[in-house]
Design a protein. Structure first.
Length: 245
């Protein structure tokens, strides 16, 4: 019972810490999103925000020997999604390639955070086919400005904890082919245990991260989308299986 109390208190600290650093950085964040030209400033501030929250929660991370992204290259970045800390960890791991997330449109309704979120992310309402189509045009503008796009291709977090990796949606792979941009797969190990979406579980700890070699899409046609998706899914799934064993 005492242990549960500490878990709830620790998770409450996440929201207190997140709200505090957001309020402190708010004036600078608002200035950084005034135009597309200042998005690189926003990316720096977002990394500061991520560092404070991730390390302030007692978390650490270690990179497994893997690929070092080319800072002059745009990517479609994908990773498995099991925790709210995935967002902070992504800013820490991919620190030389400014990127924007493709995220849920409903989060834009949150006060303050929603305004910044709407200005800095590509929003999608997965229940609206028109919204899903508009993602491609919005993402294209970000790519033209030299940004990478980050998508969690599972599309959300499954309530079934026994699922190692949920099935992938098409969006990331269609974007990669249409814009001929390599996919940068990343595997997060352990966040599902350290900071899951279940409120009575979790603990501070060190997460292992592996950045894989980019998956090239040179000359691929849209008809190859499913094969590309399968290859990326298998890569991350196999890494998670190795970690579990």
């Amino acid at each position: 019972m005492i242990w549960k109390f500490f878990i709830y208190a620790w998770r409450c600290w996440f929201y207190i810490l997140g709200a505090s650093i957001t309020i402190i950085l708010l004036p600078f964040l608002l200035l950084s999103i005034l135009s597309e030209k200042t998005m690189f400033v926003f990316f720096f501030l977002a990394r500061v925000w991520a560092v404070v929250i991730f390390y302030g929660m007692g978390m650490r991370y270690k990179k497994s020997h893997g690929y070092i992204p080319n800072k002059n290259q745009s990517y479609i970045i994908i990773a498995n999604h099991t925790s709210m800390l995935d967002i902070m960890l992504m800013f820490l791991v991919v620190n030389q390639n400014p990127f924007v997330f493709v995220g849920k449109a409903e989060l834009s309704k949150l006060p303050v955070f929603g305004f910044i979120y709407k200005k800095t992310c590509v929003l999608v309402d997965r229940k609206d086919s028109k919204s899903k189509q508009s993602v491609y045009g919005a993402a294209a503008k970000k790519i033209q400005n030299g940004l990478s796009i980050c998508i969690f291709p599972e599309g959300g977090v499954n309530d079934d904890e026994s699922i190692i990796l949920d099935s992938f949606k098409d969006g990331a792979f269609r974007l990669a082919i249409e814009h001929q941009i390599p996919i940068l797969p990343i595997t997060f190990f352990g966040l599902k245990d350290f900071f899951p979406f279940i409120n009575d579980k979790g603990k501070p700890g060190r997460v292992l991260v592996k950045i894989h070699e980019p998956v090239e899409v040179n000359n691929l046609k849209i008809e190859s989308k499913n094969d590309l998706k399968k290859d990326c899914y298998t890569l991350i799934y196999n890494q998670l299986q190795i970690f579990r064993n």
